[in-house]
Design a protein around this ligand. Structure first.
Ligand code: IVH
Length: 693
């Protein structure tokens, strides 16, 4: 017997059996940590299925266990919406704050419902230090997944998530397990365990690639790769702890939810516990703190959640976080080591920072060999000297710092440290701004300041020039190729010379040149941030881009007062922006960048002013449901190409909602607000005719 596609029925049946076995053994291994077969046997089953699929490609589907190796690279991630939004957690750093959290919740309950809530039960879970993600399952099959992003909109990293073996591609449906729901949005943390992290860094050291500072950065960097094959090669793990939305299923308690998710095949932390009251929850926190060094992954605290879902729903959320849960953070990890030297680092703004060079020590699973001493005042306050034994600590991903000196271990003949009076790089006398504890090198042409400026310009949050990290910036500066950011865009005329540089080669140079070309049209917000204006961070850069729409308009600002009309801008910040554009050096630096071809893209929301001629300029669309002829990303790109804007949520400002198959709550909201709804046919017509009425 054979089926429609001419594939022998027996073969399809056999392949499905193999896939079923592999899904099952994957679950035994990753979710239960209790494998039933050896790795070799697993590999054997896998190979058999791979061979069958190679012979009969129609057997392949995206959720086959063989498809975890990584799909083709993408140019950019699409958007991934969270409905409801992924909130954050309030933090507590001591027992008092945890008790206050319970009191706050009880007070809120009393005021809202006019009755008392007593006998609150809790669930305590470890707080894993990784990256928050959401996974969508339809009819028990993995469909898509995304990062948390700003909580409402993250990035669609489905192809990368598929490579993580702990993520079930199909959920378990068996006798004693409650039925799998038709729609499930599950939330959790992707992380890297300590062993995987160390292995990865060892490999990178050998390959002369930059090391990851900690497992969290390694997990985030691995998950946000445009090439899923790179993600597939990284030792990522997953642990789920909650849900976003679920259909035809409900839970009574957080503990029931965790048990059910585990039964459906998700890895759930083994360390979660049910607690009868807050005292027990605090005891469980103490227990986690004790085992912190023994577990093979980084925990940065415990999450204490009220167990009853009914109570969770009654308490609800503040704008930021649930009223029914709190993150009780662990104190930072501390170790003792010896200060071998104190050196001075010159930062992007010229600030001189004393840094202790330490005898390498492992602090919370990460090797630390330098720690910041912040500034001269701090050095004096702590009286840190070369030769001292000190306590160092790492708090989350913050740069390690020296907490205190162990006076009893101070060797004879040490001298108090004094920060040099001149910049150690350009010898210019350092200055101290009134009211500030930092001293700065005031020379804008100081090679260290210039270098740091270029590094910042190219960095992730700024122009995001792939491959242009600290080492390469140093090399390009040492070899005289770049003296300022604009020089980067002149590198394309020097391809042959660049190829001859140490550790470069054709491929690396071409990649760099391509990344630079791409960066020319980076967004205005990132460009503003990249300029390194003092006090202008990522968020403020976005606000300024939105408000001014072009770098020229921002540069024309005359006085600080008009800037201060912007909610986010205070007097110091306003002055700093005005000073930057009034300083001939920085003004000319910006001009040279524009001349070199940098043409920042104005914010899309300003399509009406920036690209008023575009057919869909000024129109905001919301996409919902599945379109049969285009992916969400393709639809978004098509609208944007015509000047339209695509938003994640429906509001009165939405002009049109495009509703495909199975539209969700967004369609209902559009109906309620009277926003016109386009069917897929209408939408196709709009794109074909490039106009909208
Ligand atoms: S619950 C509304 N549970 O901590 C509930 N979060 O600030 C919000 N995290 O990055 C989250 N382990 O991904 C929850 N057991 C756990 C968690 C956990 C780690 C992370 C979460 C987010 C941050 C929340």
């Amino acid at each position: 017997m054979s089926n429609r596609k001419g594939l022998p029925f027996k073969i399809r049946e056999h392949a499905e059996k193999l896939a079923e076995y592999l899904h099952h053994h994957n679950y035994r291994y990753y979710a239960l940590d209790d494998p039933e077969i050896s790795d070799a046997e697993y590999d054997c089953l896998m190979r058999e299925l791979q061979e069958l699929e190679a012979k009969y490609p129609s057997l392949i589907n995206s959720n086959s266990p063989t498809q975890r190796v990584g799909a083709a690279p993408v140019d950019a991630f699409g958007v991934f919406e969270h409905d409801p939004p992924m909130r954050s957690l309030e933090n507590a750093v001591n027992e008092g704050e945890v008790r206050e959290f319970q009191e706050r919740a009880r007070r809120y309950f009393r005021q809202t419902y006019d009755r008392e809530v007593d006998g609150i039960r809790y669930v305590v879970e470890p707080k894993l230090d990784g990256l928050a993600i959401e996974l969508i399952y339809r009819e028990g099959r993995f469909e898509s997944g995304g990062t948390r992003g700003d909580g409402t909109i993250g990035e669609d990293i489905t192809q990368n998530l598929r490579t993580i073996k702990g993520i079930p591609l199909r959920l378990i449906r068996s006798g004693d397990v409650s039925p799998v729901s038709s729609y499930l949005a599950v939330r959790g943390e992707v992380y890297m365990d300590l062993e995987g992290f160390e292995r990865l860094n060892r490999d990178r050291l050998e390959a002369e690639e930059p090391l990851f500072a900690n497992p969290r950065n390694a997990a985030a960097g691995s998950l946000r790769q445009l090439d899923p094959r790179i993600t597939a090669a990284r030792p990522l793990k997953i642990c789920v702890y909650g849900i976003g939305r679920i259909e035809d299923h409900s839970f009574e308690s957080q503990s029931q939810l965790l048990e059910t998710l585990h039964k459906w095949g998700f890895p759930v932390s083994r360390e979660w516990r049910k607690c009868a009251d807050l005292d027990e929850a605090i005891e469980q926190y103490q227990h986690l703190l004790r085992v912190r060094e023994e577990v093979p992954f980084e925990m940065d605290g415990a999450v204490i959640k009220m167990d009853s879902i009914e109570l969770q729903e009654e308490l609800g959320f503040t704008s930021r976080a649930p009223r029914w849960a709190i993150a009780y953070k662990f104190p930072p990890k501390q170790e003792h080591t010896v200060v071998e030297d104190i050196v001075v680092q010159v930062g992007r703004t010229g600030v001189l920072t004393p840094v202790a060079v330490l005898k390498p020590v492992r602090v919370g699973g990460v090797e630390v060999s330098r720690a910041t001493l912040h500034n001269q005042d701090e050095v004096e306050k702590k009286d840190v000297r070369v030769g001292d034994t000190v306590v160092v600590q790492r708090a989350g991903d913050v740069i390690p710092e020296v907490v205190a000196v162990i006076q009893g271990k101070r060797p004879a003949k040490t001298a108090p440290y004094k920060i040099p009076e001149n910049c150690p790089v350009c010898e210019t006398p350092a200055v101290r701004d009134s009211g500030e504890s930092a001293v700065r090198c005031p020379n804008p042409a100081c090679p260290a300041v210039v270098r740091e400026g270029i590094r910042h310009f190219a960095s992730r949050g700024a122009m995001d020039i792939e491959g242009l990290g600290e080492k390469l910036v140093n090399q390009l500066a040492d070899e005289g190729f770049v003296k300022e950011p604009a020089d980067l865009f002149k590198l394309k005329g020097k391809r042959e010379e660049l190829i001859k540089l140490d550790r470069m080669g054709e491929k690396k140079v071409d990649n760099l040149l391509a990344a630079l070309e791409q960066a020319k049209s980076q967004s205005l917000a990132r460009f503003i941030f990249a300029l390194g204006i003092r006090h202008v961070g990522v968020h403020l850069a976005e606000v300024l881009a939105e408000k001014f729409g072009s770098i020229e308009a921002l540069g024309e600002i005359e006085d600080a007062d008009s800037l201060m009309e912007i909610h986010e801008v205070g007097p110091q910040v306003a002055q700093s922006i005005v000073d930057f554009f009034h300083h001939s050096g920085s003004r000319e630096m910006v001009d040279r960048l524009l001349k070199a071809g940098v043409n920042p893209a104005p914010p899309q929301r300003n399509a009406t002013s920036g690209d008023a001629g575009a057919p869909l300029a000024g129109k905001t669309f919301v996409l919902t449901g599945t379109l049969s002829s285009r992916s969400r990303n393709e639809a978004k790109a098509a609208l944007e190409a015509l000047g339209g804007r695509v938003s994640g949520s429906v509001s009165k400002k939405t002009d049109f909602v495009v509703a495909g198959e199975n539209p969700g709550s967004k369609r209902e909201k559009a109906e309620k607000l009277g926003v016109p709804i386009l069917s897929e046919d209408d939408f196709d017509r709009v794109l074909a005719e490039k106009q909208i009425s």
